[in-house]
Each structure stands twice: as structure tokens, then as C-alpha cells.
Design a protein around this ligand. Structure first.
Ligand code: MLC
Ligand code: AMP
Length: 501
């Protein structure tokens, strides 16, 4: 299924994934920099505005420092830091010289970092937190540890903007369907195709200004928010974390036009006394998790904004979006974006995707790659879909075992594996429990040899799991429901069919 012809495009427009004419991300961004170097582009909450010209000059200078350190195109660099102008500048520097960036959640502890580092074998890590930097040093002694400002000796500027369209730009860790986190390798061409689709669909122009409070270590903040800003030569105001007061004040203070958020953010905005300020924006986008129709309606009631819900994945960037200039249907993710094809296959029907935006595989995982794509080359999203009479796509469930809490993905298997190490736990199942604020909350059902409080359980997990993966409730049970094959029937737990002991 492609979009109905006029779903996303203005009259006379067509989609061309290579419309920018640039072979790689930073060549595309450099055009905007050259055009009006004085224009404001990135606002850092401490340092103020960075102009396009400053981003261009500083990123070139920092590429020189990275090259002087001995880094070369194709080397991997782990990047884990809160949003800042320095982070953005250094990220651009890495991409300009062909380094492959591994964005990594700042909540990750030693165990999670060790997995990413062991798998992707980065040569350097850009980290803002000294404690986390020490953890990284313990994991990999030879790794260069750098601050986001890249305080390093200067060096001659290396060749810039040389990456080929198919060269990797990012390796983003995600568990995909099941099992251990795998690195999704996204090429420059994948990222450019998605940025071009969103430019057309959301009528994104250089006059736009985005309030960007999403973290820059996941696809939503990075691949949609930051890349779109640089691709379109528009501007973004960075926030470290989400505080509704700041966002609502920022709309007029910064004369913003765009806000992108996860449903948890909209839930908090909807109940804010000044939520009507959202009316000042040109476009509000929600994604990363389902936006309940009731929340869509609540935002409209308090502000008049009809939030535009879209659907995407780390492996594919953005796949579908409600239309900018036609009905934005609550409870639906709209139509396939320009250049994206979606189809439903199997029973229950899984959404499968194809397009220049779709990655070509996971880092070093031939078996996972074989499983991730169908024989005829479509990517299996693991999401279950349906199409309504007007062609709007609805996400109706997930074939993969995944909990989405506040827009962060949590894989029950990973949490269960850590919890099983607790001496009093005999059997455990982790599931998502519905929550109006978080979408889903992580909860555990456990057979234990003695009573355990959830806080004690969390303390025992310590930093082996990022805090957002910790169970927030622990239900004691005498046994877990299993089917004839011995597999835990998680749907019965999620529905609350199994009563605590
Ligand atoms: C924070 N906490 C969470 C959590 N975020 N718990 C569960 N789920 C989450 N998402 C916990 C912390 O561990 C801590 O718990 C407590 O909440 C307070 O932490 P905080 O940092 O002050 O939280 P808060 O600022 O309220 O964070 C909520 C949030 C944040 C919604 C702003 O989660 C967020 O930025 N989410 C966006 C995630 C995102 O960018 N997803 C995109 C993925 S890309 P305690 O008990 O330890 O103190 C993708 C593809 C696509 O999915 O389509 O976009
Ligand atoms: P990630 O692996 O972090 O990129 O998360 C991708 C997953 O988030 C998708 O496979 C979906 O399950 C989910 N997702 C993203 N956007 C939406 C949305 N608008 N509605 C429902 N689920 C979504």
C-alpha cells in the first residue's frame, strides 16, 4: 500500500529520495549553512544561539581534532550525553568526517554499555558524565574518552563530506523483535530519504522553529528532530529534559512553530493550566508510542491543536503519518509517508515496510538480518496493523514482545534475565500494564520463596538495568500461567486475569 496520491504531497509535488542532490547528510546540511551563515540554528539552554556559520566552522575544526586523534572514516564513536550545542556540534563533526555514531541512552549502566561497546567496538566515546566515562574506561581500556566539547589538540581539517550514500551514519541499538539488543545500521541515504519525506509531508521549511526536548540519543529526537532541523535549514531550541512549563513558555518566548513529543508528554501538557499556549504552534507531532484517541481529543479541547500522529522505528526511520492538510484521525497513524510502502501480511496481520528509508541490516548479525526481512525484501516491523475504509493505518497490537513506557522501549526478556538472578525469585514474567500517563508501565509477576517489596527488588537490580526498565510493581503469584508448551501466557497477565497470591 502506498499513500493515496494526494495524502501528503501538495499539488504538483512528487517525492524524490535524493531531492537534496547531496550524497550524504552533512553535504545536505552544508547547503543551508552556506546560504545564510548568520541565521540562528541551534539554541543551547546555557550558551544561547549557535548560528549556521558557527556550526559549520566549529564542526570542521572539531573534525580536525578527531582526525588528529587518529580516527578515520568508518570508525565508530559512541555518543551518550544530554542535549547541548556542544553535543550537536560534535555529532556533526563526526558525520562530516565519515565516522559512524552510536547514540546511546544516558540512563544505561555498566551492563548495557558493555554490551554496546563489545558489539560495535567503538574507538572513541563522547560522554558528558564523568562517572559514566569511568564505567566506559573499565569496559574498554583503549577507548578514547571525550567530552561533548571535544577538548583535544587541534589538527588539520580532514576531508569532509566524503561519505557515500550507502555509508553507515548511525548504529542504533534496539532489540528489534526479541533477544539481545542489536545495532541497526542506518546509512546516509536512509536518513536523507526520511528527512525528505518529512519535509514534504509536514511542510517543514527554514522558517520553522522546533522546541526539541526529546533526547538526542534516540531516533525521535535525533533522526526526526535534529536531522530535520539541519536538513531544512530551520532552527531548534534544545531542552535538557521535559518540563511542561518551559515548553509552554517557550512557544511565545522563542516564536516556535513546531513541537514533537511522545504521548506521555502530551498527557502532562493536557492537564497543564496553560495548555492553551499550544495553539501558538503551527504543528504538534506525536510518535514513538500510541497516542490514545482520548488524549488526542483532550489536547484539542484545551488548545485547539489537532496533534499529528506518526509512526516509525529505529530500523526504518519514519513510516507513516497523518496528513498535514487533511483529517488527522485520532487513534490512527495516517498514511505511508512519501517514498514508503507498507503492506499487511500474515495472520494476525503484520505491517511490513519497504523504501529508501529502511535500513539494510543489523551490525554483525547475519541470522537476525535473515529473520528481519521477508524473502522478497520487506522489513518485518513486528507491529500488527489494520487499514480502515479511508486508507488510514492503525496499529492494533504487537507481534514482538515489547513494552513501550513513556516512549522508551523495554524488552521483557532483558528484565527477566536480570531478575532471575535474585535468590528469592523462582519464576518471573515481566509485562506492560496499561497506564494513562506512561502508556505502559513495567510490572513483574513473580513466584518467590519469600515476600519481596518492589523497592527492594529495584535496589537489587541496581544499575544493571537503566531505571526506566525497572518494574514499578511486583505481583506475587503461586504460579505463572503457561500453555501446553510451557510458554508463559503473558496476555493473561497483562489483562489482569491472574490474581496475586
Ligand atoms: C523516566 N522514567 C521513566 C521513563 N522516563 N520510567 C519509565 N519510562 C520512561 N520513559 C523514570 C526515571 O527512571 C525516574 O524513576 C523517574 O521516571 C523520573 O525521571 P525523569 O528523567 O525526571 O523522568 P521524566 O523527565 O518525567 O521523563 C519522562 C519523559 C522521558 C517522557 C520526558 O521518558 C522521555 O524523554 N521520553 C522520550 C523517549 C524517547 O525519546 N523515545 C523515542 C524512541 S525512538 P526513578 O523511580 O528511578 O526515580 C522511537 C522511534 C519512533 O521510538 O517512532 O520515534
Ligand atoms: P523503536 O524500536 O524504539 O524505534 O520503537 C519502534 C516501535 O515504537 C514501533 O515498532 C512501534 O511498536 C512503536 N511506535 C512508534 N510510533 C508509534 C505510534 N505512533 N503508534 C504506535 N506505536 C508506535
Amino acid at each position: 500500500m502506498s499513500s493515496p496520491a494526494d495524502a501528503h504531497l501538495s499539488p504538483g509535488e512528487t517525492f524524490d529520495a535524493t531531492a537534496s542532490g547531496a550524497p550524504n547528510l552533512t553535504s545536505a546540511w552544508a547547503r543551508a549553512w552556506a546560504d545564510d551563515p548568520e541565521a540562528r540554528q541551534i539554541y543551547d539552554p546555557d550558551a544561547g544561539w549557535l548560528s549556521r556559520g558557527v556550526l559549520e566552522a566549529r564542526s570542521a575544526e572539531r573534525a580536525g581534532r578527531l582526525a588528529a586523534l587518529g580516527l578515520e572514516a568508518g570508525d565508530r564513536v559512541l555518543l551518550s550525553a544530554e542535549s547541548s550545542g556542544d553535543l550537536v556540534t560534535s555529532y556533526i563533526a563526526c558525520l562530516r568526517m565519515g565516522l559512524v555514531v552510536i547514540p546511546t541512552n544516558t540512563a544505561y549502566g555498566a551492563r548495557e554499555l558493555a554490551h554496546v561497546i563489545g558489539d560495535a567496538r567503538p574507538r572513541a566515546a563522547i560522554i558528558d558524565d564523568p562517572e559514566r566515562s569511568e564505567i566506559v574506561a573499565e569496559i574498554a581500556r583503549g577507548l578514547h574518552r571525550l567530552s561533548p566539547a571535544l577538548e583535544l589538540p587541534e589538527g588539520p581539517t580532514p576531508i569532509l563530506e566524503d561519505a557515500l550514500p550507502q555509508s553507515p551514519a548511525l548504529i542504533c541499538y534496539t532489540s528489534g523483535t526479541t533477544g539481545q539488543p542489536k545495532g541497526a545500521v542506518l546509512s546516509h541515504a536512509n536518513c536523507l530519504a526520511s528527512a525528505e519525506g518529512l519535509r514534504l509531508a509536514w511542510r517543514w521549511t527554514r522558517a520553522d522553529r522546533l522546541l526539541l526536548c526529546l533526547p538526542l540519543f534516540h531516533m525521535h529526537g535525533l533522526g526526526v528532530g535534529l536531522h530535520g532541523t539541519l536538513y531544512n535549514g530551520s532552527s531548534a531550541v534544545l531542552y535538557r529534559g521535559f518540563r511542561p512549563d518551559e515548553i509552554l513558555a517557550g512557544i511565545s518566548d522563542f516564536e516556535a512553530t513546531l513541537f514533537f513529543g511522545v504521548p506521555t508528554m502530551y498527557h502532562r501538557l493536557a492537564s497543564h493550566p496553560r495548555a492553551d499556549a499550544l495553539a501558538g504552534l503551527r504543528l504538534c507531532v506525536s510518535g514513538s508510542a500510541p497516542l490514545p484517541a482520548t488524549l488526542h481529543e483532550a489536547i484539542e479541547r484545551v488548545s485547539g491543536q489537532r496533534v499529528l500522529e506518526r509512526y516509525g522505528m529505529t530500523e526504518t526511520l519514519m513510516l507513516a503519518s497523518n496528513p498535514h492538510s487533511a483529517e488527522r484521525r485520532p487513534g490512527s497513524v495516517g498514511f505511508p509517508l512519501p517514498g514508503v510502502e507498507l503492506r499487511l501480511q500474515g495472520d494476525p496481520e503484520e505491517i511490513q515496510a519497504r523504501g529508501a528509508n529502511v535500513f539494510s541490516g543489523y551490525w554483525d548479525r547475519p541470522e537476525a538480518n535473515a529473520a528481519a526481512f521477508t524473502e522478497d525484501g520487506w522489513f518485518r516491523t513486528g507491529d500488527l496493523g489494520a487499514i480502515d475504509v479511508d486508507g488510514y493505518v492503525h496499529i492494533v497490537g504487537r507481534a514482538k514482545e515489547l513494552i513501550i513506557s513513556g516512549g522508551y522501549n523495554v524488552y521483557p526478556r532483558e528484565v527477566e534475565d536480570v531478575l532471575r538472578e535474585h535468590p528469592a525469585i523462582e519464576d518471573i514474567a515481566v509485562v506492560g500494564e496499561e497506564s494513562a500517563e506512561w502508556g505502559e508501565r513495567v510490572v513483574a509477576y513473580a513466584v518467590t520463596t519469600e515476600p519481596i517489596e518492589v523497592e527492594a527488588l529495584r535496589a537489587s537490580i541496581g544499575d544493571r538495568l537503566a531505571a526506566y526498565k525497572h518494574p514499578r510493581r511486583l505481583y506475587p503469584v503461586t504460579q505463572l500461567p503457561r500453555n501446553a508448551l510451557g510458554k508463559v501466557q503473558k496476555h493473561r497477565l497483562s489483562k489482569g486475569e491472574v490474581l496475586p497470591a
